[in-house]
Structures are given as structure tokens and as C-alpha cells.
Design a binder for this molecule. Structure first.
Ligand code: BTN
Length: 340
């Protein structure tokens, strides 16, 4: 990566007064007077007016009436740092979110920010990635600003075993969070952690950790979700195998709200791993969303193909595969494809 490239990746700045104004307008369906806003925020009416002008310039549709004040006509669905700042109040207080209109890869930027001393845990969100990374060295197509590209970095500094199931828990918790948008039960998780809706991929996840001897220093959980893209505008190569929440539900979804729901789900997964309870069994919760259960699959492992039927996962998060020779294999890693 050349330095000039990195320097062009700038996070969107957040102005605290503009956030407060927006928050007040979001709470109210009608008008809020300039006086009320000024009192609430501790600014003069003239300053409120100039902040409103700033917000309008950054694409917020705000109606102004000399008698009644200001009203937000509609809430933008596009990613916006001010809206993220409002919604992130449900997250732990020390959690930072940085939003960038464009990046090479949010996983990459998370690592850069960690080395530049941004205090973990934090999330990096982008509307576009020029070098989105997928699993197994693949590329993740991320040109459309209609989708979510997000990475969350934790610095656990503990023995790696403790977070051995983190990726699976994170996938499961995100799946449950997305279920809230979908009315039927066809949203599933394909081991280890792709989300599928009726045979089409909705989301992919990539976890990258920095481990030395017996310590995990950082873990970056990166997730791409097709949110508002339409099948027609998806890259040709994935049109027949991918889907989006918009394709599934027919609705355009707020990228800011979904980003916060996803981050909250990943934080939950991290806390489950850090404070495990006997009663919270991964293998049991997995069953409700298991895409592969009872399906015939092929698994590539060390250049060998194993064929069989998936029974589920065990409590270590390993895939249980009944081979054609009737042997039950416990698979800890590999790439599974469905056999027609
Ligand atoms: C896969 O299914 O192959 C995993 C895809 C992971 C893509 C996400 S998008 C946000 C984050 N940044 C990246 O460069 N990759 C992950």
C-alpha cells in the first residue's frame, strides 16, 4: 500500500452539536423550534441555524419554517457518522466507531488504527472497499455503498483457546440479529460462518488474529452484509449466488441501524467467550440456524476431498461429518460445498 493511498482514507468527522440537533429532530415527528434547540444544546439560535445548514449540505433533508422551527423530513438510510453516533448509545460507553466513505479493507484499517494507538475495542466501517478480503485468499466485492463492510477489533491479551469459538458465536449472534429483519425462518448459517438465505449468500465473515506463543494480542472480526443492493446491480459473477436483505424483505434498511445491531451482536459473542456459562451451549443454539444439517457435502482438506452428510456441530464448534464409509469425522477447519 502506498502512503498516498492510506492518506486519502479519511474518516467522516463528527460534530457533537450537529449530533445533538439531529437527535432532537429524530425524536420528534413534527417541528422543533429554533429556541428549543438552542436551549437544549446550549448554542445561540444563529449557531443552531448554521449547524442546520451544515447538516443540509451533508444531505439531511431538513424543513425550516420561520414560525414552527425545524423538522427532519426523512431519516437517511445511507451510512453517516452522525447517525452512527446517535445509535451507538446502546453500545458500551468506551466503544469507538470510525466511519470512512472509502477504504482498502476495514480489516486492514482496524490493524492500522490499532498500531496508531486507537483504544480497543473499536469498529471500522466503510461504504466501499477497494481491496475487500474474503476467506481463503478470495476477494470480497465491495464497490456498492448500499452494503455494510465492518470490522471490529478487540485486544484480549489472553490464551487463544478462550476465543476458539468466537468466530462461530459471532456468526450465530449476527444471524439472530438479522433474523429480526426477516419474517420467515429461511436465514441460516453455513459452518463456519457464512449466512445464507434460501441457497444464496447474504453475508461473509473473516476473522484475523495476531497470536504469539501463548497470547492472542488482537482479534479482528470483519463482516460484509449485502443490505440494500439489488440483484441486478450486483457484480455479474455473484448475481446467481448472492442475495441482499432488500431482495429478501423488499425494504430499504437503515445502514446505520443495522451496523449498530451487528456490532452489538459481535460484542455479545465476545462476552459469551470471555465469561462462558455452562448453560449457553453453542451446539444447541446452532441447531436452529444450521444450513448444513443433514445435507450431503464435500469437504476439501489438505488437497483431499471427503464426502458425507453433516450431522451438526459439537460443542467445540467442530463440524460432525458422517462419511460415506459410515465414520463420524470431527472437522475443525476446511471449505464445505453442498453436493446436489
Ligand atoms: C468470505 O465470505 O469470504 C468473508 C468475507 C468477509 C468480508 C468482510 S467485508 C468487511 C471486512 N473487511 C474485509 O476486507 N473483509 C471483511
Amino acid at each position: 500500500m502506498i502512503k498516498a493511498d492510506i492518506e486519502s482514507y479519511k474518516p467522516q468527522k463528527v460534530n457533537a452539536h450537529e449530533v445533538s440537533i439531529l437527535e432532537a429532530l429524530l425524536k420528534e415527528s413534527g417541528f422543533v423550534s429554533g429556541n428549543e434547540l438552542a436551549k437544549m444544546i446550549g448554542l445561540s439560535r444563529t449557531s443552531v441555524h448554521s449547524k442546520i445548514e451544515q447538516l443540509k449540505q451533508s444531505s439531511f433533508k431538513i424543513e425550516a419554517s420561520p414560525k414552527k422551527g425545524y423538522r427532519l423530513k426523512e431519516e437517511p438510510k445511507a451510512m453517516n457518522a452522525h447517525l452512527l453516533a446517535i445509535y451507538q448509545k446502546v453500545l458500551p460507553e468506551n466503544f469507538t466507531i470510525n466511519y470512512y466513505p472509502c477504504l482498502d479493507s476495514t480489516n486492514e484499517e482496524a490493524e492500522r488504527q490499532f498500531y496508531q494507538k486507537l483504544q480497543p475495542p473499536f469498529a471500522i466501517i466503510s461504504s466501499k472497499q477497494t481491496k475487500g478480503r474474503g476467506r481463503l485468499g478470495r476477494q470480497w466485492q465491495s464497490q456498492k455503498s448500499t452494503n455494510l463492510y465492518c470490522s471490529i477489533l478487540f485486544a484480549p491479551n489472553i490464551a487463544p483457546e478462550k476465543l476458539q469459538k468466537f468466530t462461530l458465536w459471532a456468526g450465530l449472534e449476527v444471524c439472530k440479529a438479522l433474523q429480526k429483519y426477516i419474517s420467515d425462518s429461511d436465514l441460516k448459517i453455513k459452518w463456519p460462518n457464512d449466512l445464507y438465505y434460501r441457497e444464496r449468500k447474504l453475508s461473509g465473515m473473516l476473522t484475523e488474529a495476531k497470536i504469539d506463543t501463548d497470547r492472542m494480542h488482537t482479534i479482528v472480526f470483519g463482516i460484509g452484509i449485502n443490505v440494500n443492493s439489488s440483484a441486478k446491480t450486483m457484480p455479474q459473477s455473484i448475481q446467481s449466488i448472492a442475495t441482499s436483505l432488500k431482495e429478501i424483505t423488499g425494504d430499504t434498511i437503515s445502514l446505520n441501524q443495522i451496523a449498530i445491531a451487528v456490532i452489538a451482536a459481535v460484542i455479545r459473542a465476545y462476552s459469551i467467550c470471555m465469561n462462558p456459562e455452562e448453560s449457553t451451549k453453542l451446539s444447541i443454539q446452532w441447531q436452529d440456524y444450521d444450513y448444513l444439517k443433514n445435507k450431503r457435502v464435500e469437504l476439501m482438506q489438505n488437497h483431499k476431498t471427503i464426502k458425507g452428510t453433516v450431522l451438526g456441530i459439537n460443542d467445540d464448534g467442530a463440524l460432525l461429518l458422517k462419511t460415506d464409509a459410515d465414520v463420524i469425522k470431527t472437522i475443525h477447519s476446511g471449505d464445505v460445498t453442498l453436493k446436489k
